[in-house]
Design a protein around this ligand. Structure first.
Ligand code: AR6
Length: 163
């Protein structure tokens, strides 16, 4: 699998699936989650309610329609909330591994990822990048291209340097 990094907005990526940094309730939020629900429109929330009546566990992944976005699917993951004391790194790497497994179930060949838990959930950026890259590299998958979408120039530079 090729791994690339771009600077930009996850909602604007021309890929099969975009990954959402969601929360356990799976009913929207701020950051990536807010942007994805805004760009995808109400169909995303409708599908979240229908397919995930009880939400999703931390470290897990599940898919919905991408609504009005170019991508076909949203793969929602729930990263650990470090600001609430969820410091288990395996919950963060699990998000990337499970997202690729769901992508394989869907037949998605290109997937765009945000830096899960690196925003509101307070994971230190350096380690969030390392967790992303090492897990994407180590997970066997049929996905051909994983794109890390860095929000801002300094994050892009950091991911590029580690790649
Ligand atoms: N495209 C790409 N990256 C983005 C975008 C965007 N449009 N917006 C922010 N980022 P966060 P988390 C970056 O907070 O830490 C929500 O309220 C951001 O700079 O979106 O997993 C959910 O509902 C950071 O580097 O996700 C949850 O409650 C990274 O994406 C909670 O926040 C992740 O930031 C999840 O927190």
């Amino acid at each position: 699998m090729d791994i690339e990094v771009v600077e930009g907005d996850i909602t604007q990526q021309d890929v099969d699936a975009v990954v959402n940094a969601a929360n356990r309730a799976m009913r929207g939020g701020a950051g990536v989650d807010g942007a994805i629900h805004r760009a995808g429109g109400p169909a995303v929330l409708e599908d979240c309610r229908r397919r995930f009546p009880d939400g999703l566990a931390t470290g897990d992944a599940g898919w919905t329609t991408a609504g009005e976005m170019t991508a076909r699917w949203v793969i929602h993951v729930v990263g650990p909330n470090r600001t609430r004391g969820e410091t288990d790194r395996s919950l963060l790497t699990s998000c990337y591994r499970r997202a690729l497994e769901v992508a394989d179930e869907l037949g998605a060949r290109s997937v765009a990822f945000p830096l899960i838990s690196a925003g509101a959930y307070g994971w230190p950026l350096d380690d969030a990048v390392d967790a992303a890259l090492e897990t994407l590299r180590a997970t066997p998958t049929e996905v051909e291209m994983a794109r890390v979408v860095a929000f801002g120039r300094s994050t892009y530079d950091l991911v590029s340097a580690r790649l």
